[in-house]
Design a binder for this molecule. Structure first.
Ligand SMILES: [Mg+2]
Length: 457
């Protein structure tokens, strides 16, 4: 993994030492010797991660971190505080400032590389989602940011540990509004992870009673928990286990014995990230759904139809024919010209409604163009397709369309072309045949259903 790392430290020898270590692992390293320089650099050209010295003259690391996190240009860049102080109170101060992690001087290589890689991995996932989210925001479709900021993060948490005071820690989490489950048993933990979904999992990898690393890898192998953050609890000083835990996919870690304030802050951070990514994912999904729908009628659009028709035709056979209805509202331009476009849109919406009411749930209705619609009837022979077409034609003709702006009763009729395929044909060819039938229906006086009979094979 190549990533761009900004190293910030007021002492040149510290900068050079970290630079040498990181470069040897193929990271691209930039440097800054003070807070102001660092802020300018992250703003102008945000790196993938910042290693930030805490003790610096002028502006200290906490302040630099706070300002970075307030700058929209670089608020998403993960920050690792590098400190000679190893007091939990400093860690909490750093986390409050928005830091994502800590390294204690002298910096241990193994935990530094593992930590940097894990944070960069998380950042690239966020970035991917953020780009899609930006598109949605540009289109005015998004509310993810507002939602994520407004709520205090809570969720379902699984806590796997053998500590005697586990109930106290579970209480701490419950009091914050979380739904908490605790266990010290390997098999029980696995069962929980298979039967429930969690917003965060906390697992000790330093317990003599169960193999926490194996649990961690089982959790990561479970697709339904792929987006669930895992916090590993590691005995202080056990760098080997810590590196293994991070490599296996732990999102964060805490040293044992636990410090209560740090514990609470870290769990909240992971829950917030989970909540944020969940929202982004939902929005991306809705966005994809919307890209395949026609905005006016809510029917599928032409792009989706082509894809769907190809798939359906692949499964078609003489025993399982596919039929297609293509329909065009008669003299639709007169509706627009007489009543205006608002009324025209309303007619299209109501037409789509009548269409959907008169086909089966498995049939696919789509808006093909302005006033053109297509229905795909899978596993349907041409005779049945004509019956469906006739039913649709009557459903449109039988009652005028009631619009409000301007208030009017608009009589509407539709011409329908039908074609069927038993496979071995492209979607374009089938659409062309249906279109020819529609053309004949128009030519023969409109308001009728005409089937295109395929030449005998
Ligand atoms: Mg310093």
């Amino acid at each position: 993994m190549t990533a761009r790392v900004l190293v910030v430290d007021d002492i040149p020898v510290n900068v050079r030492l970290l630079e040498a270590k990181l470069s040897a692992e193929y990271f691209h390293v930039q440097t800054a010797s003070g807070g102001q320089e660092a802020l300018t650099k992250v703003h102008d050209d945000p790196p993938d991660i910042v290693l930030l010295d805490v003790m610096m003259p002028g502006m200290d690391g906490f302040e630099v971190c706070r300002r970075m996190k307030q700058d929209p240009a670089c608020a998403h860049v993960p920050v690792v505080m590098v400190t000679a102080l190893d007091q939990p109170s400093d860690r909490v101060k750093g986390l409050d400032a928005g830091a994502d992690d800590f390294l204690t001087k002298p910096v241990d290589d193994l935990s530094m590389f593992a930590r940097v890689r894990s944070l960069v991995r998380m950042k690239s996932m966020f970035e991917e989602l953020r780009m899609r989210e930006e598109t949605r925001q540009t289109l005015g479709l998004s509310d993810a940011n507002a939602l994520a900021k407004g709520r205090d993060p809570t969720g379902a948490i699984l806590f796997i540990d053998d500590r005697l005071d586990l109930p106290l820690w579970l209480d701490t989490l419950s009091c914050l509004g979380n739904d908490v489950t605790g266990t010290s048993d390997f098999d029980a933990a696995l069962t929980h992870t298979r039967e429930h979904s969690y917003d965060a999992i906390i697992v000790s990898v330093s317990s003599p009673l169960f193999d926490g690393l194996r649990l961690l890898s089982e959790i990561r192998a479970n697709p339904s928990l792929r987006n669930t953050p895992v916090i590993a609890l590691v005995a202080a000083g056990d760098h080997r286990k810590l590196a293994q835990a991070l490599d296996l996919g732990a999102n964060d870690y805490l040293h044992l014995p636990l410090d209560r304030s740090e514990f609470v802050v870290r769990v909240k951070t992971q829950l917030r990230k989970k909540m944020y990514t969940d929202l982004l994912r939902q929005n991306v999904q809705r966005g994809m759904e919307m890209a395949l729908r026609d905005h006016l009628t809510g029917l599928f659009n032409r792009r989706y139809l082509s894809q769907h028709l190809e798939t359906v035709l692949k499964c078609a056979s003489p025993a399982k024919p596919v039929s297609l209805l293509i329909m065009d509202i008669d003299y639709f331009s007169r509706v627009n010209n007489t009543y205006g476009h608002l009324a025209g849109d309303e007619v299209l919406r109501q037409f789509a409604g009548r269409l959907v009411e008169n086909i089966r749930g498995i049939d696919l209705a789509c808006r093909y163009g302005g006033e053109e619609f297509v229905v795909v009837l899978s596993d349907t022979d041409p005779n049945v397709a004509c019956v469906v077409g006739e039913r649709l034609r009557r459903a449109v003709e039988k009652a005028a369309f009631q619009v409000e702006q301007p208030s009017a009763q608009i009589p509407v009729t539709v011409s329908i072309g039908v074609a069927s395929s038993t496979g071995g044909e492209s979607s374009a060819a089938l659409l062309r045949r249906a279109d020819q039938a529609l053309y004949r229906a128009k030519g023969e006086g409109r308001n009728r259903v005409i089937a295109e009979i395929a030449e005998a094979a």
